[in-house]
Design a protein around this ligand. Structure first.
Ligand SMILES: Cc1cc2nc3c(=O)[nH]c(=O)nc-3n(C[C@H](O)[C@H](O)[C@H](O)COP(=O)(O)O)c2cc1C
Length: 188
């Protein structure tokens, strides 16, 4: 079995001037410094998924729409996920929730962690997402990253994490690798 882990880093904001993009790039840069992880940035702005419009619930697996099928293939291609999770009105941005809602089985039995930011390091966004991913049969890691003062850490479009951010992302990757490998074997 290929021992490398494929991670998708999903940008949870499509807003002009979003912090999600530099933060997501930083996450992939940190992953590049580790052996054994292949990281791909997933930009929901490029995917432009409509609000869930299909008759059947995704858990039925009856994906008739070409875009839904392509999204299912993208999600299925990964062994784990990092959701870049800003906080909008004490929850996750609708675009991120919609991307999670869009397919079902492809998320199942895979680990997910969160990189949050906002007033409280995105704590409420991450807590809300944890409930959502439980229903998607994912393993939500306790190890997540709460970035404080994100706005002061982005300069010329680049995010630079402080020591705490670096420690937390490193721990999150450790856990993602452990769960990712274990669940990959278990899924067969
Ligand atoms: C619609 C909206 C709602 C927001 N609500 C909150 C909030 O409830 N709590 C918070 O800490 N920050 C809130 N913010 C501030 C965002 O966390 C901040 O703008 C962050 O940079 C958004 O992520 P983004 O730049 O990647 O879009 C809100 C921002 C927007 C646009």
């Amino acid at each position: 079995m290929n021992d490398r882990l494929k991670l998708l880093v999903v940008l949870g904001s499509v807003r002009e001037g979003r912090m999600a993009e530099p933060v997501g790039r930083w996450v992939c840069e940190q992953a590049a410094g580790r052996d054994g992880i292949d990281c791909e940035l997933v930009d929901l702005k490029e995917w432009d998924l409509p609000f869930y419009p299909f008759a059947d619930a995704p858990a039925k697996g009856n994906y008739t729409d070409p875009l839904q099928r392509r999204w299912a293939e993208k999600v299925a291609s990964a062994d784990g996920y990092v959701l870049i999770a800003p906080e909008y009105n004490h929850g996750a941005p609708a675009v991120l929730k919609n991307a999670l809602d869009f397919v079902y089985a492809e998320w199942n039995r895979k680990p997910v962690t969160f990189v949050g930011y906002g007033g409280n390091g995105g704590a409420r966004s991450i807590e809300g997402l944890t409930l959502v991913v439980r229903e998607l049969q994912m393993a939500a890691l306790e190890a997540s990253v709460h970035i404080m003062g994100v706005w002061g850490k982005v300069r010329d479009g680049r995010f630079t994490g402080d020591d705490k951010d670096l420690r937390w992302i490193s721990h999150a990757f450790d856990e993602l690798e452990w769960w990712g490998r274990a669940l990959k074997v278990a899924r067969g």
